[in-house]
Design a protein. Structure first.
Length: 141
């Protein structure tokens, strides 16, 4: 009979350690669900970056690349036919870069608490250098 009671004691011990393991697992799963909730808090802090791109003469500029860089990455879009652009970006400091064909690249910094909507961006066109053709059009003497 003595061997049987020792065997029972081991079985009870095995069951109770299994229960402890289950408790640890359930605690870990609660911590994991908290970690899963934090990305949703980040999306709540997102903000809209929007504006219009014009020339110095207030002409609307389409097809300008708008690059928003921030600590966690970057977002890129292009201005539409009316010069408008719109991006969803994190609520953190941004560096905006505007570039395109025959446009002088422009950078703007926007702080985490600065307004990022309805920006008016004035770009400057750069005239590409025209290569002079060297022909035999000299003056006759």
């Amino acid at each position: 009979m003595r061997k049987f009671s020792i065997l029972m004691g081991c079985l009870v011990l095995a069951l109770s350690s299994n229960a402890i393991a289950q408790t640890i697992v359930s605690t870990a799963s609660i911590q994991t669900s908290d970690a899963l909730a934090s990305p949703f808090q980040q999306t709540a802090r997102e903000r809209i970056l929007s504006g219009v791109i014009t020339t110095q003469q207030n002409e609307l500029v389409a097809g300008v690349s708008v690059i928003a860089r921030f600590a966690s990455g970057e977002q890129i879009t292009q201005s539409d036919a009316e010069g408008n652009f719109r991006l969803s970006v994190p609520g953190e400091p941004l560096t905006l870069r505007f570039e395109g064909q025959n446009i002088a690249p422009l950078e703007r910094s926007i702080g985490a608490s600065d307004s990022a909507e309805n920006l008016r961006i004035r770009i400057t066109y750069v005239i590409p250098p025209i290569e002079r053709q060297r022909g035999h059009h000299g003056h006759h003497t």
